[in-house]
Structure formats: structure tokens, C-alpha cells
Design a protein around this ligand. Sequence first.
Ligand SMILES: Cc1cc2nc3c(=O)[nH]c(=O)nc-3n(C[C@H](O)[C@H](O)[C@H](O)COP(=O)(O)OP(=O)(O)OC[C@H]3O[C@@H](n4cnc5c(N)ncnc54)[C@H](O)[C@@H]3O)c2cc1C
Length: 472
Amino acid sequence: MLEAHDVPGGYAHTFSMHGYEFCAQVHYIWDCGEGGKINEFLKQIGLQDDITFELFDEDGYDHMIMPDATRVKIPYGWEGLQRNIEAAYPQTTGLDDFFKVVRAIRKEMANLPKQVHWWDYIVKAPFFPTLMKYRNATVQDLFDDCDVSIEARTILTAQAGDHLLPPNELSVLYFIGLLGGYGAGAYYPTRHFKYYMQRLVSFVEEHSGAVYFEEEVVSIDVRDDAVTEVRTRSGKTFTAKNYICNMDPQTAAGLIGWEHFSRRERRLLEYDYSDTGVMVYLGLKSSYQPEKYGFGNHNTWHCFDWDMNTMWEAGRKLEVEKTWLFISTPTTHSPDTTSTPPGGHIMEIGTFTPYAPFKAALDKGHHDYMTLKMEFAERMIDLVVKHHVPDLRDHIEVRVVGSPTTNEDFCLAPFGNAYGSAMRPEHTTTRLDARTPFKNLYWCNASAGSPGIYGTVLTGMNLFERLQENAG
Ligand SMILES: Cc1cc2nc3c(=O)[nH]c(=O)nc-3n(C[C@H](O)[C@H](O)[C@H](O)COP(=O)(O)OP(=O)(O)OC[C@H]3O[C@@H](n4cnc5c(N)ncnc54)[C@H](O)[C@@H]3O)c2cc1C
């Protein structure tokens, strides 16, 4: 395995700062319980008792704070979710119809064949009526169809950072996939993401594999219908029987040469990227007590306006005070205390921002970039001070800020994208999968499968099965 960075994990890697260990981007994942895909994967490799998970609070794994300061908890299960929304806003409309469609889509999704061929749309379409109806729909389309009221829309999309798209652009199928995934169990690794990633690396090494860090692939050579070798920035050449490409497929296609791809393949590869954001990582001294401020074994999403579409427009203009904040508190999810100095806590604050202003500032120079980034981060901290922890600044021991260009620097994510290709309807049903025009090259990345940790594990497992079938 060739990894450009000096640590494993991609977006799930961990960096340390003065005794505090921060996972770069991942905060919660799903399908880790008995019968879930991540659990199944760990069982297959015998690590299910080694890499274990903690379940977020059952009565509210996400807490949504509305602009009028109402706190709505998102519990596991659709009934509880509808109940909580209607209890907070008794004038709510449209949820019966909305959840009827959501349930039907979940049921039909579970019955989908692993690989969908074009003829399935004709032959099997009658068995998937709701999926067929909504396959090109946005979340907004479904809200409009069901006449869902604004309060419910805002609560249901308050976790828009999990897709980094507003409802009028987001595919309803991705939305329901994620809401249903977390709604069946939201998890955090007991020994933090650092151990999860490192243990997978040591597993590879224990099984005759090798992981080479700081080896960025900069060229992929092909002859006829096969990859012949890859070269890294350090000048080394690597050859293998099969090549599995976890880097962004669009970038890899550029390294190979676009002329090797058919028109159809190019169309699939020329996706636009998902949005990105700023993340503020805070190491908090033992003087800080999370429960005193309403933080615990859940995430907090704070909306500063009604309507996620409007908030997205504000985010595009860097008006953080009119958009939303995500507040993650990893140290409240696990009894393991090794990620901080004694008694310490971690708080991570995120929001959506476009890539362009940060890139423009960086191109102007370090001073311009740091000024933009740090001033923006202080505005995010100001919002947490105003609404949640009035004395937050007294507790801060470590402050690190990641921007869209940080994502690009450390994870080589083009334009700092968070989830690979944007989760719009056009990238949903016609989507890249593992296949390439080369007999020994396979894509295996969020854009050639599904995003998120659940998505990447599923994508990897599907590819493993394909390789087994080819070998057998
Ligand atoms: C702000 C944010 C929050 C998120 N929160 C969550 C969450 O809570 N839960 C969740 O499930 N998902 C979350 N995600 C999404 C999740 O992190 C990604 O979808 C997932 O990590 C994608 O996995 P990947 O393997 O496709 O890509 P990556 O994780 O980006 O891994 C790609 C790897 O390839 C390496 N690489 C790239 N190019 C080269 C090259 N040329 N040579 C060698 N190595 C190379 C990179 O260094 C990196 O290690 C979040 C993402 C962001 C940005």
C-alpha cells in the first residue's frame, strides 16, 4: 500500500498536538453493530473484539438546535424522530407522507441487487416503484411532494454537513441512506479512530503486506489494456499483479491519460466534487466539564436560520453567523481517556465554506491565508461562546484550524472535497464503480462507490468479492 501522507487513514487519520489527538474529519459512523457491514468486515478479518465501538445516546445521537433555540433530539427509529419533531413544533405538517416514502425507499433499497444493470430498469422496475419515482429527485422534491413544513425541513436537514449539500441539490436517496444508517445506530470507536486505522495497518503487516508512507503516486503507466507500473514522487517504481486505486479516480485518470478512456467512462469520471468546510479543533483543559454545557454522548448541530437552502447561500458568502455549526465532542463518546492529557476534552467545530476564497488567499501568500482562516475560526468560536459555552476561551489549551486547502494538502482531496463526487441525483444512479478499462486496475474510493466510512468499507468489501470471483 502506497500512502502519500505519513500516517494512515485518509480523512480518518489522527494528528497530535500537545498531548491532544484529533481525528482529522470523521466523527461518527454507522453499521458497526451486530449484522452491520463494518461489523461483518471486522469479523471476516478476526478483529471484531479488538476494534470495538460505542453507541451514541439512544434518545438523541444528534441534537438539532433551531434558530429559536429549541433543541430537538434525533433518536434511533423513524417513529421517535417524527414524535420529537411534532412535539417540538405541533403545527408541523407532511411527516406522515414523508416517512411513508422514506420507509418504502429503505425497504426497496434493501432488496436492490448488488449490481444494477441497465435492463434491470425495465425488467425489475415494477418491484421498486418508490425508488424509480424518486431516483432523480432531490430532498427538496420530496419535501415539496409531501408538503413538509419549514420547521421539520430544517430539523431533518440540520445535519447537512454529513452530505455537504443543501436539500435543493442533494439526492434524496443519499439523504435517506444516511438518515436510515445513523438512525439504526451511530457509533464511535472505543479506542478512537487512531487505533482503528493503526490496527488495520498492523493487520496488513501481520499478513505479509506492507504499507509505505510518504509515497505519493505521481505516474501510472499503462500498456494496451493493463497497468505496468506506478511511480512515486520519491522516484521509486512499484509493480503488482493488480492495482487498487484509493486515490481520487478523476486525478488518477489524469495521470494515466484521458485518451485511454471511452466517452462513457470519461463522462462517469468527470464528476463535480462535493463541498468542503472549515474545522476548528480545540484541546480543552480539565477545568472544562462538557455536561455542564449540555454536551455529552451526541453531536450538536446548530442552525442560525430557517431553511438549509438559505443557510447554504450564506455559507457560500462566508456568513457563518447566518448558516450552521457542527459541534463534535469525541471525548464524551468513549470511556477511553488516552486521547488527551489527564481530564482534558476535545471539541471540534465545523461549518460549510467554499474552497475558492481560501485558495485565493493561499495563492496571495501565507499571511493572507492565515488571517482569513484564523479570523473565520474566531467567529466560529464566538458563536459557541454566545450560544453554548460562555467561558470557552478560558478552557482552550490547543487550537488548530483546518480549511478546504488543508484537506487538499493533507489528504490530496481535490478542491478540499469532503465526500468525493457531489451527492447530487446525477451522480447517484449513474455512478462510477470498481471497473476501469484496464484488466488489472480497480477504483476503490468514495467517488467509485459510496462515501463515508460505511461507504468505503462497503466499497472495499464489494471489490474484494469481485476479485475473489475473478480469481476463482
Ligand atoms: C469535514 C468532514 C467530515 C466527515 N465526517 C464523517 C463522519 O463523521 N463519518 C463518516 O463516515 N465520514 C465522514 N466524512 C467522509 C469520509 O471521511 C470520507 O468519505 C472517506 O474517508 C473517504 O474515504 P476514501 O478512502 O475514499 O478517501 P480518503 O479518506 O480521502 O483517503 C484517500 C487516501 O489516499 C491517499 N492518496 C491520495 N492521493 C494519493 C497518491 N497520489 N498517492 C498515494 N496516496 C494518495 C490520501 O493521502 C488518503 O490517505 C467526513 C469528511 C469530511 C471532510
